[in-house]
Design a protein around this ligand. Sequence first.
Ligand code: NAD
Ligand code: BTL
Length: 486
Amino acid sequence: MFINGEWVESKFGKFCEIINPYNQEIIAMVSEGDESDSKAAITAARKAFNRGDWSTMDVKERCKVVHKIANLIERDREELANLESLDTGKTIEESRGDMADVTAVFRYYAEMAETEIGDETINSPISNSTSKIVREPVGVCAQITPWNYPLLQASWKLAPALVAGNTLVMKPSEVTPLTTIKVFELMEEAGVKRGVANLILGPGNSVGAELASNEDVDLISFTGGLATGKKIMQSASSNVKNLALELGGKNPNVVFADADFETAVDQAMNAVFFHAGQVCSAGTRLILEESIHDEFVGALVDRVKSIRLGNGFDKSTQMGPLISEEHLNKVINYVEKGKQEGVTVAVGGKLPDDPELQNGFFYLPTVLTDCTTDMSVVQDEAFGPVITVEKFTTEDQAVRLANDSIYGLSGGLFTNDTAKAERCAAKMRMGTVWINDVNLYFPQAPWGGYKQSGIGRELGKTGLEEYLETKHIYHNLKPKPLNWFK
Ligand SMILES: NC(=O)c1ccc[n+]([C@@H]2O[C@H](COP(=O)([O-])OP(=O)(O)OC[C@H]3O[C@@H](n4cnc5c(N)ncnc54)[C@H](O)[C@@H]3O)[C@@H](O)[C@H]2O)c1
Ligand SMILES: C[N+](C)(C)CC=O
């Protein structure tokens, strides 16, 4: 753990094993902290904030440091990508893509903050006065991240928090902390000042819960599951912390009969089988126009049968394992419940037989048909390689089905009719709608959810706003008594 500029073990000297989900080998032993370590990290961040050498530093100087972090991540990208694949099981190509995205996020905020963070003079309606708006850091930020995109999700929080002048305590998932540890080494090398960025490791219900409830924390930014998000929201109320929540999704992918067939089939696969479906924005609900349903499902099933499962470091592997035995069991139970509810398993729906995969947490890519919106498989987030298929006959019905969820993170639409696409996109209650594409994100565009998919936005200018307070300074240039109470 990295607290107050020093690499330390947890106060009680506990360690935990980090497992490769492909073969269950132990790949690292890392410190396991508890509440007392969280408190020490929060104290360090508070002292650093009050010291002011980072929070009041010229924004251009902070941006230089953040540019340097980007350069160091680029320098060590191959090492970082290897660590990410070992830790998560995702293919090395995916991890390389993630590292390029991580670098881009640090660069984006380092460039953008120079112009976005500055004073703004406004026209005061009162004579002999000036009025200006200044932007200041929020203070001590707690940042909690999940296991599916460990460093990418961390970068969406670290980069804007740092350029804005905050101090922070980050807690990565206890399952996948390796790349976050490495990036804290790089931040130290880049010259982030003592106590500004602190890293604690350990379980969510102790280390994480302390971050959410501690009254010396000004802002909590959380990415993870809905149930945890609700707990964090409750704890954050203790001192009315600023709150940013990036939660789950049950994302529809609507395909109209006029869409390009090959593209739509190909993208329906990308939408859900990329990273074995362990993606918040995975297009897990395929909603097909009835007239193409049978042909589409036939083509999809044919292609799904040939997805190659394996070690993320093998060039031929297209899909890796799930993250853990616990998570595999969750996916198994989810599909079994669907079978009881009456779905048809068109392909998959079980563990693979391949002897080479028996030590990993693999599940076969699965297509479930005859699904209806009232089924748990259509409503619950599986976070695995499972797609459900529903049918529609009218545009209105397609939009109604797409919106029939407690979540509202993202959705896809495939059609060659631009007017129809725009009409549907306008009615879809989601933070991101992709037309003729899926699962795209980039630093310039805000990311976040409607409804129970979250609060606030990461990335883009909005992602920086989360880390800034707004202060109005009014100056009376000719003060004199008002005599109101004369
Ligand atoms: N909206 C997004 O951008 C986005 C991105 C990635 C993942 N996710 C979501 O994340 C979920 C999967 O990740 P996960 O299984 O790691 O989620 P999770 O909620 O189990 O854990 C996320 C993080 O919260 C910590 N945590 C757990 N209990 C806590 C508590 N009581 N107090 C404070 N912290 C606690 C964990 O240790 C971990 O670091 C999925 O639901 C997925 O959709 C969302
Ligand atoms: C936000 N994203 C798509 C990078 C990861 C979601 O799990």
